[in-house]
Design a protein around this ligand. Structure first.
Ligand code: F0G
Length: 423
């Protein structure tokens, strides 16, 4: 992990610029709309002249936007405040019974489902929509397995900007479509999968028709890196140390990339020792696991899976576009990746629910993955582990019904009901 500070290029705007992760070319951040490198088409990353330490983060004393959640980390972001509801500041649940069964020294659940629109995507959108205002773009757009569209509709709506979302037909959970609809997005259902939707929306963005707010947009990841900052601070407050490992579901690998970038920045600023960086551990569904395949086979690149299927529709993705950022994150932190079956995901979802933590299937992949890695002896029993749960239970009511029990019909009569519950 490189701890050398960047040389500030002439194109920097107030100490912020964009850099290509492949060829190193730098670009002014807010002059033109661009998502990838003009020269080599590599992914872009936001860079800063000054990187904060923990002491530079807000105190959290005020309950208002600028000092709460994502914007408390404004010293690590391109702006001081964005379109906020506010987002972030999510709970790090204790789950003592699950911790016992999994058999690790500490297990905590970082529940990103507690964000305003019910997923971690809000952290990205609060920054991304602020940048869209700066660039003075017209319509905002994304391809989505559901949560990104819900978050974009929410934040675009709050900013008073028109939003367009492309969804794979028949493969998005009901709660997410309901959100996009109510918050006023124009919803286009594509006869294809998520990767097809992303190809199309990238083409529309290249034609200048829309501003792209998928995680290919480097500013989205700036907001999402604050998940890692919060996990470090919350664990330090409770245990006096940082976690050994963070286990998270992987779709487009945006979160993995974002959290890794945040840790690299803390290492660069001197706030975090390289040895203390948690091992980033990605989990995918067996039916959509190109990143696990790349990690397992030791490849530098992923091969796109054309056919993907899983009950965890949020991570039904065959071409994780952020893999070039995420694979080094897994590799350089000593992490790994694992695939889990749909039944393992559902079992983990039900298990989390017993501790009062309600999550959608993709989120439960993190716990399912940890359990599998423990069974395989790839996670030690003395580890302090944080599992990220990315979306709320109510996002996918159908999956929740299936993982839980069925309602029982009863007569409209107290005696009969009493008899039935006494059986
Ligand atoms: N968990 C949930 C609940 C998600 O919605 C997503 C991604 C992920 C995990 C994977 O995160 O892409 O950063 O690796 N959902 C996107 C969407 C693709 O359109 O809502 P990632």
């Amino acid at each position: 992990m490189d701890a050398a500070p960047d040389v500030v290029p002439a194109c920097a705007d107030d100490g912020t610029w964009l850099a290509c992760i492949e060829c190193g070319e730098t670009f002014a951040p807010f002059e033109d709309v661009r998502y990838t490198c003009d020269h080599c088409d590599g992914l872009l990353e936001v860079r800063y002249a000054e990187l904060p330490t923990f002491d530079d983060f807000g105190t959290g004393a005020s309950t208002d936007g600028p000092d709460r959640g994502v914007w408390r980390y404004r010293e690590a972001l391109p702006f001081d405040l964005g379109v906020t509801l506010p987002e972030g500041d999510t709970p790090l649940h204790r789950v003592p019974r699950i911790e016992d069964i999994v058999g690790v020294e500490g297990l905590r659940i970082k529940h990103e489902g507690m964000n305003p629109s019910g997923s971690f995507k809000d952290r990205g959108m609060t920054v991304g929509v602020r940048v869209a205002q700066e660039l003075d773009v017209g319509a905002l757009a994304c391809a989505s397995t559901g949560n990104t569209s819900a978050a974009l509709a929410t934040y675009g709506g709050r900013a008073g900007m028109p939003t367009l979302v492309l969804l794979p037909q028949g493969k998005v959970a009901a709660g997410k479509i309901a959100q996009a609809s109510l918050h006023g997005a124009r919803i286009l259902e594509v006869d294809g999968n998520f990767d097809d939707c992303l190809d199309i929306v990238q083409e529309l963005a290249a034609r200048g028709a829309v501003y792209l707010l998928n995680s290919l947009n480097p500013f989205r990841l700036e907001g999402q890196k604050t998940i890692g900052f919060e996990i470090l601070e919350q664990c330090y407050a409770d245990y006096g140390r940082f976690p050994d490992r963070i286990v998270l579901p992987v779709g487009n690998a945006g979160n993995t990339s974002a959290i890794y970038k945040g840790f690299r920045e803390l290492v660069q600023s001197g706030a975090l020792d390289v040895a203390d960086v948690p091992k980033l551990t990605g989990v995918q569904a067996e039916g959509a696991a190109p990143m696990v395949e790349a990690v397992t086979e030791g490849n530098d690149e992923i091969s796109r899976w054309e056919h993907v299927e899983t009950r965890a529709t949020a991570i039904r993705i065959g071409n994780p576009v952020n893999a070039p950022k995420a694979l080094p994150g897994v590799h350089n932190t000593g992490g790994t990746a694992v695939a889990v079956s749909d039944n393992e995901i559902t079992a983990a979802q039900a298990h989390l629910a017993t501790e009062g933590v309600g999550v959608e299937p993709a989120s439960a992949a993190s716990l399912a993955g940890l359990k599998k890695l423990r069974r395989q002896g790839r996670v030690d029993d003395d580890e302090l582990v944080v599992c990220l749960t990315t979306g709320h239970l109510l996002k996918d009511p159908e999956a929740a019904y299936k993982a839980g029990g069925d309602p029982e019909p009863v007569p409209n009569d107290a005696d009969a009901i009493h008899e039935q519950i006494s059986e």
